[in-house]
Write a protein that binds this ligand. Structure first.
Ligand code: AMP
Length: 306
């Protein structure tokens, strides 16, 4: 067993794990082959594997995903990879917050035993041109606002799941459309993977936790709480009898637009499994908003069942 930071092999560091998995050795891996072998070894030892894909800058919402995997008894691998393929040319790839050392520290504290933090060329070797596209679910809402985004997400998730092998994979409902895209690709490609959805974790003022919140000024942070207020008003209108999606969309849009620091991208209410806008609201619904606050783009959503 090594001290943290000791290099045992290229790209692999180990450190003792504290917390629920105390006694387990924390492994930080950069190479695909190492990650694949480590997860294979967990299964060979009779453990289930839980994969928590992230882009790092880990916060309490990521902790809730890891805790869920720990509670399920999984050997937990947190992947930390800022996936260039899911960022548009005008988006925040260059400024996306990165702090691997801090990520390893907290992942360890939460009970993960493995961190997979590959360099870009490990996931996309020179000449890699394969792309995974989930038609329909990946084309609307975020897919329409961010062309290519879900192709990037679907491609990296498929790659990570192919490296991980049979496992549970944990995704947050905060990125609701991403969750549906991942469920779809796992089903369509018959991957030996169980997708586990975890509820959205919020700050006390209701703002959904996000690594991007770090870039909000104090004023912007306060203004950003309007997203949840709009969703709640939309949900309340539906529960009070509103059945016209256009009315709910307009109501949520007006609330967001009344906040001068927030620029609305979309506010929508859709069928929670197809993401289509129904003619008349009924069944499992999802309200979703996206907006820009300063230089940060935020998304949030809420479920309503009729
Ligand atoms: P990210 O690092 O932003 O790519 O997120 C990694 C995982 O954490 C994804 O499955 C996200 O949906 C999930 N996640 C991020 N923020 C939240 C949140 N506030 N609540 C629940 N899950 C979240």
């Amino acid at each position: 067993m090594g001290e943290r930071g000791e290099r045992l092999a290229f790209g692999v560091r180990t450190a003792p794990v504290r917390g629920r998995n105390a006694g387990v050795e924390m492994k930080v891996m950069e190479r695909v082959a190492e990650c694949r072998a480590a997860l294979e070894a967990e299964r060979a030892a009779g453990r289930t594997v839980g994969l928590v894909p992230t882009m790092g800058a880990l916060h309490d919402a990521h902790a809730s995903l890891v805790s869920r995997a720990v509670a399920a008894g999984d050997a937990v691998c947190v992947s930390v990879f800022v996936n260039p393929l899911q960022f548009g040319p005008a988006e925040d790839l260059a400024t996306y917050p990165r702090d691997l050392a801090a990520d390893v520290r907290v992942a360890e504290r939460w009970g993960a035993s493995l961190v997979f933090a590959p360099p870009v060329e490990e996931i996309y070797p020179p000449g890699a041109t394969t792309r995974v596209r989930v038609e329909g679910l990946g084309d609307v809402l975020e897919g329409a606002s961010r062309p290519g985004h879900f192709e990037g997400v679907a491609t990296v998730v498929t790659t990570l799941l192919s490296i991980a092998g049979p496992c549970r994979v944990y995704f947050g409902e905060k990125d609701f459309q991403q969750l549906l895209v991942v469920r779809r690709l796992v089903a369509d490609l018959s991957l030996p993977v169980e997708v586990v959805a975890c509820p959205t974790v919020r700050a006390l003022d209701g703002l959904a936790l996000s690594s991007r919140n770090l870039h909000l000024s104090g004023e912007e942070r306060e203004a950003a709480a309007v997203l949840l207020r709009a969703l709640q008003s939309g949900a309340a209108a539906i529960l009070a009898g509103e059945r016209d999606p256009g009315e709910v969309r307009a109501l949520m849009g007006d609330i967001v637009e009344a906040e001068p620091l927030v620029e609305l991208d979309y506010a929508e209410v859709v069928d929670a499994s197809t993401l289509a806008v129904p003619e008349k609201l009924d069944g499992e619904l999802r309200l979703l908003v996206a907006a820009r606050v300063g230089r940060v783009r935020l998304i949030d959503n809420l479920g309503v069942r009729l």
